[in-house]
Design a protein around this ligand. Structure first.
Ligand SMILES: CCCCCCCC/C=C\C/C=C/C(=O)SCCNC(=O)CCNC(=O)[C@H](O)C(C)(C)COP(=O)(O)OP(=O)(O)OC[C@H]1O[C@@H](n2cnc3c(N)ncnc32)[C@H](O)[C@@H]1OP(=O)(O)O
Length: 719
């Protein structure tokens, strides 16, 4: 777990050997402690260098160990012994020095970093704080404002920025380990007291209170209800106002509070869920580690609407040449200008030059003969999409992959009109596609493993979190969204207001409640889908629309809102009112209040007081209930995949872990009991009926979410 060798006759080289990231697991901590003892007691050794195997210094504490009781030597005394040692210790930082890895570097007396190394204290993103002295040492080394920013955001910084901030002593393009050995030899005999960061006095700004107050306001606004950033600020305050030993005590108290809050578990679950989601499988046995993706050098995007434009940008900025296709000259020109503007802004932000030379624009599908992959992003209309796929089938070479960005239509029906159904898959981006991290890769029954491997790997290359899902209406994300939205509108019928429902969801942790979010996304999209599904339209009495459709309860209020031309922010009116079209400041609208009152009295609905608890339970339990059905149907391989979809595609609050993790924390028994209660009260809402899987899990003693997979037996697994 750590290799010990003597180099240049007098330097002890300690190499952490715990692949893949040299995390500080119990055996590694033990090995560091033993190696340091050996180096300090060996008279031949005059200096020590610590580095990591395989070009990675250290990815921090072993996060998996946080789930159980502490085993092996605690980290803090191991680190303190390094700092207190009488021989100079140099950290040779290659790859990453993150979290506990960065804290390890901070106790070394000198730090040499490779120019490509990245450093940071990302603990806050795991719901904790840098509790191995990082929150106390970093402010002493670089001052309060810079340390506060790094600790509360968890941002990774480059070696150059670390040098500027005074975190590292030297940056090199050469072998950092060799440079560190040379550096160590030169340091022998120099006094070490000023190199022990814990002994430094924190440079304290005169406006400390104002600074910390501003930081508090900022994190409260940015991460509603999240405890870790607030604890980080308190720890930094301790570094500014207390001696080191007292600050360490405060750091530890804050860590204990976070550890016991439940939020840390949710964040750490998210970390592993995100990595688990990349490990896709297909019923054929093909999976992430036995299927080879194709390399995609050129692609085409058909349709330059909002989605298509974002997809073009996502492809071009990772170096893939793109042919963008539109059906009319005006649309093509408009699309071209928008894409160029987006790419230029994106490049400016990232400090690189825009890859405009990779772009081609055309009106003709004939130009797509030679591309490796096509992503169709035309209007959400099956007949139109089928025509496009038939045409592509004729034009593109037989090996070209044909993907669709449909948000819920049958991918296999599209595959069926082509001459290569095995090369067809869904690549469902989320809007705006160049910003949103989620990609649902839809595996049709005929999609080949190579096709899925290629779509998943292309997603990764574009910086997306890609999740493989089965082919069913709405796939995973949008399929679950429907019952959630339905509950929100049923609650309106029963007496709630959009403001009340939004506030309950925002207090839960969503950045925006469902109605505010719908206004942002545009209400006309859902209206069109409902018309196409026969749920509303010319055949329905617009004055007295029935409250049932296709045998189930239906709330026509969203249709009535759209009939008034209220499509959300873009029209300046929606569930809320705005000062002008395009404004984002949502204000309650008396006209909506009026509409709701008139509606309720027309149908004889006596409005009742609805608690926030009922809002959360009905909206979120029904969401997870559909998630259980999706697992039963084999449309998602595991609960982690569903949670990742909701975290990255629908801004589910990370400190709640995702809908499936959230209900597991509430307790499945309680969730089952509440769903039964609500279903009894609303028997015409089938989505409220508890799913068979939920019942089964409760009957089996409510196992933790990571174990649910063992209980899911699908007759027809699609993944
Ligand atoms: C009352 C309680 C009091 C407790 C007192 C405690 C005292 C203080 C103790 C500790 C303080 C320190 C805390 C920390 O250090 S928390 C960890 C901070 N580090 C991080 O957040 C880094 C996390 N990792 C990453 O960001 C990335 O993995 C990466 C940038 C290092 C590498 O990225 P990439 O190359 O893309 O690889 P993957 O992300 O895919 O990871 C590969 C593989 O490795 C696993 N893994 C990564 N980091 C860790 C880790 N720190 N611990 C455990 N496992 C890790 C990852 O899960 C992947 O594994 P796989 O899924 O099985 O493939």
């Amino acid at each position: 777990m750590a290799r010990y060798e003597l180099v240049k006759r007098s330097v002890a080289l300690i190499t952490l050997t715990n692949p893949p990231v040299n995390a500080l697991s119990s055996p590694v901590r033990h090995a560091i402690a033993k190696s340091m003892e050996r180096a300090l007691s060996d008279p031949k050794v005059t200096a020590v260098v610590i580095c990591g195997e395989n070009g990675r210094f250290c990815g921090g504490a072993d996060i998996r160990e946080f789930a159980g009781p502490l085993r092996g030597p605690p980290l803090i005394p191991v680190l303190d012994a390094i700092e207190a040692g009488r021989k100079p210790v140099v950290a040779a930082i290659e790859g990453v020095a993150l979290g506990g890895g960065f804290e390890l570097a901070l106790v070394c007396h000198y730090r040499i970093a490779h120019s490509k190394a990245r450093l940071g204290l990302p603990e806050v993103t795991l719901g904790i704080l840098p509790a191995a002295g990082g929150s106390q040492r970093l402010p002493r080394l670089i001052g309060i404002p810079a340390a506060l920013e790094l600790i509360t955001t968890g941002r990774h910084i480059s070696a150059q920025e670390a040098l500027k901030l005074g975190i590292v002593d030297q940056v090199t393009d050469q072998n950092a380990c060799e440079m560190a050995v040379e550096f160590a030899l030169k340091s022998v005999g120099k006094p070490l007291s000023s190199r022990r960061v814990s002994m430094l006095t924190t440079p304290c700004p005169p406006d400390l209170d104002a600074l910390l107050e501003a930081a508090t306001m900022q994190v409260k606004k940015k991460a509603r209800g999240v405890m870790a950033p607030l604890a980080c600020i308190q720890a930094v305050r301790a570094a500014a106002t207390m001696p080191f030993s007292k600050g360490m005590k405060r750091e530890s108290e804050l860590m204990t509070t976070l550890f016991n809050s439940g939020q840390a578990q949710a964040f750490q679950y998210c970390f592993f869920a995100q990595r688990t989601a990349g490990k896709w499988t297909l019923p054929s046995g093909a999976q992430w580690n036995n299927s080879k993706p194709r390399e995609i050098r050129s692609a085409a995007v058909i349709g330059l609407g909002t989605m298509g434009r974002g997809i073009v940008v996502s492809l071009a900025r990772v170096g893939i040449s793109v042919i963008a296709v539109e059906s009319e000259k005006k649309l093509l020109e408009n699309g071209r200008q928008m894409v160029i503007g987006m790419l230029e802004r994106d490049a400016k932000r990232r400090g690189v030059s825009a890859s405009l030379n990779l772009l081609n624009f055309t009106l003709s599908l004939q130009d797509l003969k030679d591309v490796d992959l096509v992503i169709e992003a035309v209007f959400e209309d099956m007949a139109l999409k089928k025509r496009v796929f038939q045409e592509l089938s004729k034009v593109c070479r037989p090996t070209t992959l044909l993907c669709t960005n449909t948000s819920g239509l049958d991918v296999d029906a599209l595959a069926g009109v082509t001459n290569r159904p095995h090369l067809v898959a869904g690549m469902h981006f989320f809007s705006p596609a160049h910003v949103m991290k989620l990609l649902e890769v839809v595996c049709g029954p005929r999609s080949s493993s190579e096709t899925i491997a290629t779509a998943m790997s292309l997603g990764k290359k574009m910086g997306k979190v890609s999740v493989a899902v089965g082919n069913c209406p709405g796939f995973v994300g949008n399929r679950m969204l429907k019952p959630y939205l339905d509950q929100a509108t049923f609650l309106l019928e029963e007496g709630a207001t959009p403001e009340q429902i939004d506030k309950a969801l925002e207090d839960f942790g969503f950045a925006m409640g469902v109605f505010r979010m719908s206004d942002l996304a545009g209400l006309d999209v859902g209206w069109r889908v409902r018309k196409e599904s026969g749920l509303t339209g010319p055949d329905v009495d617009s004055k007295n629309p029935p409250r049932r459709r296709q045998g189930h309860r239906y709330c026509p209020i969203p249709d009535m809102v759209c009939e008034q031309g209220r499509f959300g922010q873009k029209t300046g009116r929606g569930w809320y009112m705005y000062d002008k079209p395009g404004d984002t400041n949502a204000k309650p609208d008396p006209l909506i209040q009026n509409l709701l009152e008139t509606y309720r009295s027309r149908y004889g609905i006596q409005p009742r007081n609805i608690s926030d608890q009922e809002i959360i339970e009905r909206c979120l339990f029904v969401l997870a209930n559909e998630g259980f059905r999706i697992l039963e149907d084999g449309m998602a391989a595991r609960p982690e995949d569903i949670d990742v979809i909701y975290l990255f595609g629908y801004a589910f609050p990370r400190h709640r872990g995702g809908p499936m993790f959230y209900v597991s924390m509430v307790g499945l028994e309680r969730v089952l009991e509440r769903l039964e209660y609500y279903h009894q009260a609303h028997p015409d809402v089938p989505h409220l009926e508890p799913s068979a899987l939920l019942k089964k899990l409760v009957a089996c003693g409510s196992p933790p979410v990571q174990k649910w997979r063992e209980y899911i037996k699908t007759m027809h697994s699609h993944l």
